[in-house]
Design a protein. Structure first.
Length: 337
């Protein structure tokens, strides 16, 4: 028997020998599975499982300048708003043998920069970011990345990275158009309690612009509670306690905050929307199940992930996909506003 390395880890040659194929065919199984016949794929997969073989992606990437890992940085892995994007991106990539590697910045530009720097050291097939807002250091890394960079959940013309997303400013404007169309004139906006959510800030800017065009005054509130449900309840209490300019409708930065307000209104025996209308963003899984159901704006989360996967695979095949893919959000008029 051939002598193994000191770690006793099975090698690519071990897999090839057990499957009865060449080492090149095993390499192709991991890097270009479509080029391997079905019978050979089954034998290789059986050998991989029997030997508990794990390919050395770092070494393979250095040898071939092509890695089967796609890296993505999201603001919050635990938040539901990005879940559909992550799943659809992962599904689209896995069908071609790619794996998705994740990091969370939690709305910190500095944390995002550290993640980007670490990921680029592995030479991924592509780097996927959330939003176009980055630190100066991250911008320099993007400029010299040497791999495709894709910014999702945002749109910005004339930027170097590929763009797949929508306008957050337009989301804010659309929410105001709906609420004023329902007859509401005193409309407040509640910021995300997580500092650094610049996309939510853009939605707020769109909200303010649309109100001023209607001759109405914007009204803002930023919760101090870290938990989003508690922050939404805090915002509701604070805004309704105002002696002057009490809002008749509240536009929340996300559905978590709005949900906290709906639950707080129930505890206070307030009637929604008769006493105050509540409006969110995100269309989380619980939003249509609240009582009353939450009026909100649904982002194209699944479509963004699927489109990013298609873009990455097209680039890997040498195609020239469009630099920008624009989606629109869907306004869902329910019971709360």
């Amino acid at each position: 028997m051939r002598k193994r390395r000191a770690t006793d880890r099975p090698t690519l040659a071990d897999v090839a020998a057990q499957a009865g194929v060449s080492a090149i065919t095993v390499s192709r199984f991991f890097n270009e599975p479509a080029r391997v016949g079905q019978e050979a794929r089954l034998r290789i997969q059986t050998a991989v499982e029997a030997l508990n073989y794990v390919p050395n992606l770092a070494a393979g990437g250095l040898a071939s300048a092509h890695n089967k890992v796609v890296a993505m940085v999201v603001p919050n892995i635990s938040g539901p708003i990005f879940a559909h994007t992550l799943q659809s991106l992962s599904d689209g990539l896995s069908s071609a043998g790619y794996q998705l590697l994740l990091a969370s910045s939690y709305f910190s530009l500095e944390t995002e920069e550290r993640a980007v720097r670490a990921f680029l050291g592995w030479q991924p097939a592509a780097l996927v970011l959330t939003s176009r807002h980055h630190s100066t250091g991250t911008e320099r890394l993007i400029e010299s990345a040497g791999v495709p960079v894709i910014e999702t959940w945002d749109l910005a013309a004339r930027r170097k990275p590929y763009q797949i997303g929508f306008s957050h400013r337009e989301v804010g404007r659309e929410g105001v158009r709906y609420l004023t169309g329902q007859g509401y004139r005193r409309i407040a906006f509640v910021h995300n309690s997580a500092a650094g959510d610049l996309s939510a800030q853009e939605r707020c800017e769109g909200y303010a612009e649309a109100l001023k065009e209607c001759g109405l005054e914007p009204m803002f509130y930023t919760p101090t509670e870290a938990d989003p449900l508690a922050a939404g309840a805090q915002a509701l209490d604070a805004l309704l306690a105002r002696s002057r300019g009490r809002p008749r409708a509240i536009f929340f930065a996300n559905d978590n905050l709005a949900c906290g307000a709906v639950l707080a209104a129930q505890r206070q025996r307030l009637s929604v929307p008769d006493d105050v209308a509540l409006f969110g963003f995100g269309d989380y899984a619980f939003s249509d199940k609240l009582l009353p159901s939450l009026s909100t704006i649904r982002p194209p989360a699944r479509e963004i992930g699927a489109s990013a996967a298609q873009l990455i695979l097209a680039l890997a095949e040498g195609q020239t996909p469009p630099r920008m893919t624009a989606f629109h959000c869907e306004l869902l008029a329910r019971e709360s506003a």
